[in-house]
Design a protein around this ligand. Structure first.
Ligand SMILES: [Zn+2]
Length: 257
């Protein structure tokens, strides 16, 4: 029954047209899935932690899975690579991003700047900005928690942050938050002490502050929430990461890990 809206449903539709203004899109849509749907499915798999950081994926696999042409898959992969969610490299092919601790810190830094402002906007007119949807989402999170559906819960807690951006009605924020939240999910999988990134009840406190029309309180609750998320990621841990890039950084004397 959990017809939770699919991830990335938000950062459309502006670009669906970019698939082409010619004749191909219609054909491809009738055969299988569209490029946007494929992207959504990949993001959803990451949110449910079914597609882990560093996992290799090939265009052939995706084309077979979704029953679409390689062209459509290539477009989806290119877009996700552009957002830093997939990484293309000459020797490893395409892999799911594997953010370093430094990258995860940078992501959380940006989220702390952006998300308090999103909830401040929503608190300025809670009924206009979809308070009902927020309440419904919190109820779904609770349901998944009670039912012990971990994958669903992790996805829903991530989607909560996307819903806030979506309700703000700002397309740029929606796309930015999809990128930031997806990369956070991957970082959680890699570094978090607990694998459920969002501490319990904190979403509810944010929604309550929005409902009360208290922008300052909503912003403060969001900031507190993101601080907890970051703390759980243990990003200040000194464990060195043994990647080639890190080694080169160290050799240059530029590493700050
Ligand atoms: Zn959260």
């Amino acid at each position: 029954m959990n017809e939770a809206k699919p991830i990335g449903a938000d950062f459309e539709p502006a670009d669906t047209g970019s698939v082409g203004d010619g004749k191909l899109p219609l054909l491809e849509k009738s055969r299988g899935r569209t490029e946007a749907e494929i992207r959504r499915r990949i993001l959803q798999a990451i949110f449910e932690q079914r597609l882990p950081a560093g996992e290799s994926i090939t265009e052939e696999q995706l084309a077979a899975t979704f029953d679409v042409s390689r062209t459509v898959v290539r477009q989806a992969v290119a877009r996700l690579a552009q957002d830093g969610i997939l990484v293309k490299s000459p020797n490893k092919g395409t892999t799911v991003a594997s953010p370093s601790r430094k990258e995860a810190r940078d992501i959380l830094f940006v989220r702390r700047l952006v998300e308090p402002e999103i909830v401040r906007v929503l608190a300025s007119a809670p009924h206009k900005f979809g308070l009902v949807e927020l309440r419904k989402h919190i109820a779904e999170e609770n349901e998944a928690r009670l039912a012990g559906q971990r994958g669903t819960l992790v996805r829903l807690t991530g989607e909560f942050h996307l819903l806030l951006a979506e309700l703000s009605g700002n397309q740029v924020l929606r796309r930015l938050m999809t990128q930031l939240q997806t990369l956070t999910c991957l970082a959680v999988l890699l570094y978090a002490e607990h694998d459920d990134a969002c501490p319990r009840d904190e979403h509810l406190r944010i929604v309550d502050a929005i409902a009360a029309g208290d922008g300052a309180a909503a912003a403060q609750e969001m900031l507190r929430h993101l601080t907890h998320v970051e703390k759980d990621l243990k990003l200040d841990r000194a464990t060195p990461e043994s990647s080639f890039d890190d080694a080169m950084g160290w050799l240059r004397g530029a590493s700050d890990r």
